[in-house]
Design a protein around this ligand. Sequence first.
Ligand code: G3P
Length: 209
Amino acid sequence: MKPIIVINFKTYKQGEAAIKLAKAVEKVDKNIIVGVQASDIYEIAKTTKLKVYAQHVEYFWPGRHTGYVLPEAVKKDGAIGTFLNHSEHKLSFKILKKTIKRCREAGLKVLVFASSLKEAKKISKLKPDYLVYEPPELVGGKISVSKAKPELIEKIAKKIKMPFLVGAGIHSSKDFKKALELGSSGIAVSSSICKAKNPEKKLRMLLKT
Ligand code: G3P
């Protein structure tokens, strides 16, 4: 099966720059999942064929919730799914459960991040569409999860009864290949692509297997 690739735009790029980045990603592979800021969903979903995800949504129902973004809103703007529980936007398990339920009702796919094996096990029981293991201390750094935590990735592959992706510090095709060899079904990346001078070239190099 083709590896699943997730690119988290975080807040590295917005507006015109985020659209430009999305178009560069699309040139490499339109099946890539991109997590973009809520304000960029509509434009990126309209101008590319990428799988556009929100980076977070609330579990609230439409009504009196000034300043929050709901599952219906991102769906209407063209998102097919949302990220939840990223280490930079952590949720309690109770809220995560409620939000996943709300997303399902709204017809959104959910990609849930886990920071440890223990959390991954718990989250897998909620049956998200995607589960991504990312050790928070490696996020945004130069050392990849595949290099720093090989035993843990293998352990997750043994203990978790669903496919999973890994992310944090992934910069090279070596990191990517290693993540797959250790049992993951794909990778989540951010800084190496979002901060690259030439994101298309960097992405092509990274995905070379
Ligand atoms: O969601 C992916 C992200 O947290 C990994 O970030 O910059 O280490 O690739 P980065």
